[in-house]
Design a protein around this ligand. Structure first.
Ligand code: SF4
Length: 316
């Protein structure tokens, strides 16, 4: 096993079989290698982002884990696209403290009218280049409009491996997700794509996802850790143990090497006292201040954690 760490530290590429063996290493050894790689590519800088759920609930898709799917019977708030003045205010305020702000909507896609309203707002936004959108499927025409309005980043999670994906969603395909990301890249957007872990997938599925993200060259990789939500099809699944979460982050850093690795949903609930270990495990960023349908930790506490670790916040 030591040979594998030496191979990684000597910048040798590892294959999927090697990557799977990483999960058997002691957490200290794995984190040692992952932290070295994080430091090599990211130095001491930490990115912090936050999001707004700009349109919530009643989604036509059947993602089994999601509180917003109309196939799941949850008590999630349901509302149409928020007033764009409000989105502008909230995002400009948030960007005083975080480097990137994501505007997220439920549903398979926004309609032309909704895209039009958002683009008008982006054109007047003080920091549109620090905004990202996560709005499902996007037509070529909408990609052009968003680009023209100053948006630089597109978020669209793959969620899991191609092999496991049919177990969590049947209303749209994995290939559609990959195509959306590839088209976003071709239009010159930075892409932000990652996954949700702990939804019944195997360690091999996690490794397969990391290699797919490497292949599509995701610039940023959000990692979410499953939190059971009452009323969803997965409400009875157990959560992942903190050490397994840290190992998964480390394996992603070792496979992916250069992209931003952002720890997002499930950090507080699943990692508890081990939250600060995410950086030792190779992450160089995190989401703060709450998630789509669940609460998170406040920015002041998260900033203090970064400072206490001797790391520096990056404003992008
Ligand atoms: S994950 Fe997105 S597409 Fe899937 S049900 Fe939830 S809001 Fe809809």
């Amino acid at each position: 096993m030591e040979n594998l760490i030496i191979k990684i530290l000597n910048n040798k590429q590892i294959d999927k079989d090697d990557a799977l063996k990483l999960f058997d290493l002691e957490i200290e050894d794995l984190c040692f290698a992952a932290a070295k790689i994080r430091k090599k590519y990211k130095g001491n800088k930490v990115k912090v982002c936050s999001i707004i759920n700009a349109k919530s609930g009643q989604c036509s898709e059947d993602c089994k884990f999601c509180a917003q799917s109309s196939f799941n019977k949850t008590d999630v708030k349901v509302y149409p696209l928020l007033d764009t003045k409000r989105i502008k205010e909230v995002s400009e305020k948030a960007l005083e403290n975080v480097g990137c702000f994501g505007i997220v909507s439920s549903g398979n896609a926004l309609n032309d009218n909704e895209i039009g309203k958002l683009c008008e707002m982006f054109k007047q936004h003080k920091k549109s280049s620090h905004l990202g959108v996560s709005i499902g499927r996007i037509s070529d025409e909408s990609f052009c409009k968003l680009k023209e309005a100053g948006i630089k980043k597109m978020h669209h999670n793959l969620e899991t491996s191609a092999n496991f994906y049919p177990n969590i969603c049947s209303t749209h395909s994995y290939q559609e997700r990959i195509d959306t990301l590839k088209r976003a890249k071709n239009f010159g957007f930075q892409i932000c794509s990652g996954g949700l872990f702990g939804i019944g997938e195997s360690l091999k599925d996690r490794v397969d996802l990391a290699f797919t993200l490497k292949e599509i060259d995701s610039d940023s990789v959000p990692m979410n850790f499953f939190m059971p939500i009452k009323g969803t099809a997965l409400e009875h699944l157990p959560t992942i143990k903190p050490i397994e979460i840290l190992k998964t982050i480390a394996v992603f850093r070792i496979i992916l090497q250069t992209p931003d690795i952002m720890v997002c949903g499930g950090r507080e609930i699943n990692l508890r006292d081990l939250q600060s270990w995410i950086f030792q495990a190779g992450a160089n960023g995190m989401m703060t201040g709450g998630y789509l349908t669940t609460l998170g930790r406040d920015i002041i506490t998260d900033k203090q954690m970064v400072k206490d670790l001797g790391l520096e916040l990056e404003s992008e």
